[in-house]
Write a protein that binds this ligand. Structure first.
Ligand code: URA
Length: 291
């Protein structure tokens, strides 16, 4: 259509322009002014990477807050890279592991993540989504990655999936004061796409350290990405769910990780809620039996 034609439908053009953005993942206005985050990252001065960490068998402590201080990191020349988008995933994952291991509390870990530039997702996300609920709880739920609502609010499971998760927890007498909730990846992938294996590899040391520092008795993996990342199984979620897997902390202790269906999947396939209900009854029995 010719835009200068008097009957040109400007409204239809604007709607299709907005549709295009929504399909491309630009589904929320975050600011009045556009920002070129990649350009800003390119222009940022190079930053130092943490030196690689030496093996430290007593990295994880069974204690929640008072963890032993670590030996001083080895003196090695710092490596550098420009912006995160151009960092090699393996290098960024090594850097993440070295840094995460040095964190002695959840607060330190959150602060580390706020400054971490090794994962490109942080440049497209509005907020870091670290955790919600009670870090002292006996049970920790781990999802995949934040969506639009979580990105806007800065907390996990805030949208429709979160409301369903709250109802599922309530069915076994839990709420967010009695559960700690987080995701494998703490930044929203643009357009709610799945996180890539590289992004998961970079974020994995952080969720592992978060689990060690929160020190729950039981983990609940919501959906395939969390289950595969935390248990190592390659099975799809319909096969993997309904089982407890051993989850080994770096101090050698083992806790149990229950695989179950993701609430977002249950919203699309409500008939499968009966399977999730079975899993949640297993969780309740484990919590009751573990007292
Ligand atoms: N889905 C997830 O996996 N995590 C959230 O926080 C929200 C939706």
């Amino acid at each position: 259509m010719n835009p200068s034609h008097p009957e040109h439908d400007v409204r239809a053009d604007l709607i299709s322009y907005l549709d295009f953005h929504v399909e491309a993942g630009v589904d929320a206005a975050l600011d009045e002014q556009p920002h070129d985050r990649f350009g800003e990252a390119e222009a940022a001065p190079q930053r130092e990477l943490a030196p690689p960490r030496r093996a430290a068998p007593d990295d994880a402590s069974p204690f929640r807050r008072e963890l032993p201080s670590r030996e001083a990191p080895p003196k090695e020349p710092p490596r550098t890279y420009g912006n995160a988008a151009s960092a090699k995933p393996g290098e960024a994952a090594d850097d993440a592991r070295a840094r995460a291991a040095q964190m002695q509390s959840l607060e330190e870990l959150e602060a580390l993540l706020r400054g971490f530039e090794g994962c490109g997702l942080r440049f497209t996300a509005k907020n870091l989504v670290f955790a919600d609920g009670n870090p002292q709880a006996r049970v920790m739920f781990v999802g995949e990655a934040p969506g639009a609502d979580e990105d806007r609010i800065g907390k996990p499971f805030m949208g429709r999936s979160g409301q369903l998760l709250d109802r599922m927890m309530a069915a076994i007498g839990l709420d967010r004061t009695g559960a700690y909730i987080t995701n494998v990846v703490p930044w929203r992938p643009p357009g709610n796409r799945n996180p890539t294996p590289q992004e998961i590899a970079i974020c994995r040391p952080f969720i592992e350290r978060q689990i060690e520092l929160a020190n729950p008795e039981l983990l609940v993996c919501l959906g395939a990405p969390a289950t595969q990342t935390l248990t190592g199984t390659k099975d799809g979620i319909l096969k993997a769910r309904g089982r407890f897997y051993p989850y080994r902390l770096s101090d050698g202790r083992e806790i149990k990780a229950l695989a179950t269906l993701h609430p977002a999947y249950l919203l699309r396939q409500p008939v499968q809620k009966r399977l999730a209900w079975r899993d949640f009854r297993m969780l309740k029995a484990a919590l009751d039996g573990g007292r």
